[in-house]
Ligand binder design. Structure first.
Ligand code: URA
Length: 432
C-alpha cells in the first residue's frame, strides 16, 4: 500500500479502511513515512474530516503504537479528568486532591503547555523539587499509597501521537476534531483509567471556537471512550475569558492552593466542584450530583483536600511548605498594573490573547526547547461583567523585565469596556 494513495483517497474525501489507517500509523512510528507525507495526510484530514469509524480506527491504531498501562493492581474505580486546553485552566491541580480525599484513586497523566494554553506539568514544576517524570512502577505505588499522582506520560504511551502532535503544531492542523479526538483518547485509553470526565473548552481561548464544534468534539471523544468500554462523559465549559484570576505557572499554583483553602474566585471553584461531582458519581461513591458536590465541598472545609495536595507534592519530591509559603516559588521582580482607560463594564477579555501575553513574558514556550520563567504571568483584577472606573486596575502584569509596553498594548487591544456585558455562562452543556 502506497502512502501517496492513502493521501489521495483522504484528499478526495474518501473513507479510509482500517488497513489504510494502520499503514499510516505504522509508517509514522517506524519513520518509513517521511514528515512531508504525514503533514500532507494531516492537512487532508483537516479539510476532509473523518467518519466515526475512521476516528475510532485512528485512535486505536495510535493507542496500540505503544504501551498500555496496567492499573489493575490499584484497588477501586480509577477516575481521571482531561481538559482540551485553555488559559488559566489549573483545574486538575485542586481537582485531583479533592477527589482523592474521598478515597477515589486519581492516576492523572497530564501535559505541557501548548501555544497560548498552559500545561499542568509546567505549573507543577514551579513548586521547588516537584518531579513530573516518575517511573510507571513509582506512579502506581504512589496512587496506591497516597491516592493520587499527577505525572507526565510515562514510558512509551502512544508514541504515534508524539510524532503526529509535533507535526500538527507546526503545520497548523491542531484544531481538527478527528486529530484532537484521536490524540486525547489514544493516550487516555493507553493510560488504563476506568472512567474519564472530559472538559471540552469552547470560545476564544480554546482550540474549538464555536459551541457547535465543541459539541461535535465532545461527542467524538465520548463516543470513542464508550466504544472501548470506558465510562466517559464531557462537559463543555467557557473559555472566552481566562478561568480564575491567575495566568502563569507559579501564580496558578498559588490560586490552586487558595481554592483548596476555600479562597479562590467563583468561576474556577465552580468548575472544579462540577468536574469533581461528576467524577465522584462515576466512581459510585455518590448517587446524585448534589450529594457528590457536598462531599467535594467538605474536603475543602475540613482541610482533607489540602492535606492530599501536600501529600502528593511531597511524594513527588516537592516542598509541601508551598501551601503556607507560596513565596518559595519563583517571584516576579515587577508587578505592573494596567489601568482602565475608561469607565463602564468589562465586556470582553480575550482569553487567547491573555495567554499569549503570559507566554511572551516568558511563562510559555514559543519554541519547543524554550526554558520557562515560572514567576511571570497576569493576575486579572477585573473580569467580564465587572464595573470599572477610569484608572482602576484591570489586571496586574507579573514580569521580570521592566519594559512591558508591547504586552500592555496587546492587553489593551483585547479588553473591551462598554456600557453593559452579555451574561456569562461557565458551563454550557453536558455530553454523555
Ligand atoms: N490535547 C491533546 O492531548 N491533544 C490535542 O490534540 C489537543 C489537546
Amino acid at each position: 500500500m502506497r502512502m501517496v494513495d492513502i493521501i489521495d483517497k483522504k484528499r478526495n474525501g474518501g473513507e479510509l479502511t482500517k488497513e489504510e489507517i494502520q499503514t499510516f500509523v505504522d509508517g509514522v512510528v517506524s519513520g518509513e513515512i517521511p514528515d512531508y507525507q504525514t503533514s500532507a495526510f494531516l492537512m487532508a484530514t483537516y479539510f476532509k474530516d473523518m467518519t466515526d469509524a475512521e476516528r475510532s480506527e485512528l485512535t486505536m491504531a495510535m493507542m496500540k503504537s505503544g504501551d498500555h498501562l496496567d492499573l489493575s493492581s490499584i484497588p477501586g474505580m480509577k477516575v481521571d479528568k482531561h481538559s482540551t486546553g485553555g488559559v488559566g485552566d489549573k483545574t486538575s491541580i485542586p481537582l485531583a486532591p479533592i477527589v482523592a480525599a474521598l478515597g477515589i484513586p486519581v492516576p492523572m497523566i497530564s501535559g505541557r503547555g501548548l501555544g497560548h494554553t498552559g500545561g499542568t506539568l509546567d505549573k507543577l514544576e514551579a513548586i521547588p523539587g516537584y518531579q513530573v517524570e516518575i517511573s510507571e512502577d513509582a506512579f502506581i505505588e504512589q496512587v496506591k499509597d497516597k491516592g493520587l499522582a499527577i505525572v507526565g506520560a510515562t514510558g512509551n504511551i502512544a508514541p504515534a501521537d508524539k510524532k503526529i502532535y509535533a507535526l500538527r503544531d507546526v503545520t497548523d492542523t491542531v484544531d481538527s476534531i478527528p486529530l484532537i479526538a484521536s490524540s486525547i483518547m489514544s493516550k487516555k485509553i493507553a493510560s488504563g483509567t476506568d472512567a474519564l470526565v472530559i472538559d471540552v473548552k469552547t470560545g476564544a481561548g480554546a482550540f474549538m471556537k464555536t459551541l457547535d464544534d465543541s459539541r461535535e468534539l465532545a461527542k467524538a471523544l465520548v463516543g470513542i471512550g464508550k466504544g472501548v468500554g470506558m465510562d466517559c462523559m464531557a462537559i463543555i465549559s467557557d473559555m472566552n475569558q481566562p478561568l480564575g484570576n491567575a495566568i502563569g505557572n507559579a501564580l496558578e499554583i498559588k490560586e490552586s492552593i487558595d481554592l483548596l483553602k476555600g479562597e479562590a474566585p467563583a468561576d474556577i471553584t465552580d468548575l472544579v466542584l462540577t468536574l469533581g461531582s461528576h467524577m465522584v458519581v462515576m466512581s459510585g461513591k455518590a448517587k446524585t450530583l448534589d450529594e457528590a458536590r457536598a462531599m467535594c465541598e467538605k474536603t475543602i472545609t475540613d482541610g482533607s483536600a489540602l492535606k492530599k495536595f501536600g501529600d502528593m507534592v511531597e511524594a513527588q519530591g516537592g516542598d509541601r511548605s508551598v501551601i503556607d509559603h507560596p513565596e518559595i516559588m519563583p517571584q516576579a521582580k515587577y508587578k505592573i498594573p494596567l489601568p482602565a482607560k475608561a469607565s463602564g463594564v468589562v465586556s470582553k477579555v480575550e482569553a487567547d490573547e491573555m495567554g499569549i501575553a503570559s507566554m511572551l513574558l516568558g511563562g510559555g514556550r514559543q519554541k519547543a526547547d524554550d526554558k520557562l520563567d515560572y514567576a511571570v504571568g497576569i493576575m486579572m483584577n477585573k473580569k467580564v461583567g465587572d464595573a470599572v472606573k477610569e484608572g482602576d486596575t484591570l489586571l496586574t502584569i507579573y514580569s521580570n523585565r521592566e519594559d512591558v509596553e508591547d504586552i500592555k498594548k496587546r492587553l489593551y487591544d483585547n479588553i473591551e469596556i462598554s456600557d453593559s456585558a452579555e451574561p456569562f455562562t461557565l458551563i454550557h452543556e453536558t455530553v454523555r
